[in-house]
Write a protein that binds this ligand. Structure first.
Ligand SMILES: [Zn+2]
Length: 84
C-alpha cells in the first residue's frame, strides 16, 4: 500500500523562499521553478501583464506605412482609375 505523506509535500517558493503546501505556480517569466500563491499574485502576474504591455509597445512602435505609401496603396485599387 502506498502511503501519502503530506508532510513531505512542502514546496519552497523560488521567489521568496517560503514553504507552501499549495499546488504552486509557474514562476516564469521571473524565474524558472515554482512559486507560492502570494508571489504568483503579487509578482508573477504583474510581470506577465508587463510583458504583454511591452509586446503591445513593440507593435505600437512598429513602423506604420507613411501617408505616401498609403496613397500609393489606394491608387492601386481598381476603382481609382487614373484620370487622364
Ligand atoms: Zn513566494
Amino acid at each position: 500500500m502506498e502511503k501519502t505523506e503530506l508532510k513531505d509535500t512542502y514546496k519552497i517558493c523560488t521567489l521568496c523562499g517560503t514553504e507552501f503546501k499549495e499546488f504552486g505556480n509557474n514562476a516564469m517569466p521571473i524565474k524558472e521553478g515554482i512559486c507560492c500563491d502570494w508571489c504568483d499574485e503579487n509578482k508573477v502576474i504583474p510581470a506577465r501583464i508587463k510583458e504583454i504591455e511591452l509586446d503591445n509597445d513593440i507593435y505600437k512602435n512598429y513602423p506604420k506605412p507613411s501617408e505616401e505609401e498609403l496613397a500609393a496603396l489606394k491608387s492601386d485599387e481598381p476603382d481609382q482609375l487614373p484620370s487622364r
